[in-house]
Design a protein around this ligand. Structure first.
Ligand code: AR6
Length: 170
């Protein structure tokens, strides 16, 4: 399993699955969620609405999978990060669950390459270094599986990019 980091816009990624930092409504928002829905088109929103009709909202830490619409990917995996607020161990666990449940869905759907944004580190205000540590820790736990061969952390801002570079070297 190869783990990469780049500084880029995740909507330009050519991978099997792009992960979206969504909210529980699954109906879109701003940040990376807005960018994915805008570029991916209405097909993604329709698929999210069907999931809502079946199971209701998506809880924090959970993940669902849809088509990637017009994006250069097969799937979008929507996961809902925790709002930092005052932080705490429960928030850390929930952020870890986002990566874990996204990876589980990826494996179930035979995804061989996947791109993650820095979930919860924008509007949800999770501290960037702690979020990066949790993301890398959770991903490393999948090192023995053989389905997902390439994981890319796609950082939008320089600060996250440099943090991931530093932590991945360790
Ligand atoms: N490509 C990659 N990363 C991006 C992009 C992009 N195009 N745009 C932003 N980021 P955020 P959250 C980075 O706020 O904190 C939405 O409204 C951004 O710099 O998108 O999980 C949802 O609907 C940051 O590092 O997501 C929810 O309501 C990271 O993506 C809420 O925001 C996450 O920032 C979720 O908040």
């Amino acid at each position: 399993m190869k783990v990469n980091v780049i500084q880029s816009d995740i909507t330009t990624m050519k991978v099997d699955a792009i992960v979206n930092a969504a909210n529980s409504s699954l109906l879109g928002g701003s940040g990376v969620d807005g960018a994915i829905h805008k570029k991916g088109g209405l097909e993604i929103l329709k698929a999210c609405q069907e999931i809502r009709n079946r199971q209701g909202k998506c809880n924090v830490g959970e993940a669902v999978i849809t088509t990637a619409g017009k994006l250069d990917a097969k799937y979008v995996i929507h996961t809902v990060g925790p709002v930092w607020n005052q932080g705490g161990k429960e928030k850390e666990k929930l952020l870890g669950n986002c990566y874990k449940n996204s990876m589980k869905l990826a494996i179930e759907n035979e995804v061989s390459s996947i791109a993650f944004p820095n979930i919860s580190t924008g509007i949800y205000k999770f501290p960037k270094e702690l979020a990066a540590q949790i993301a890398i820790h959770e991903i490393n736990r999948f090192h023995t599986q053989k389905v997902v061969k390439e994981i890319t952390f796609v950082c939008f801002d320089k600060q996250n990019f440099e943090l991931y570079l530093k932590l991945l070297k360790q």
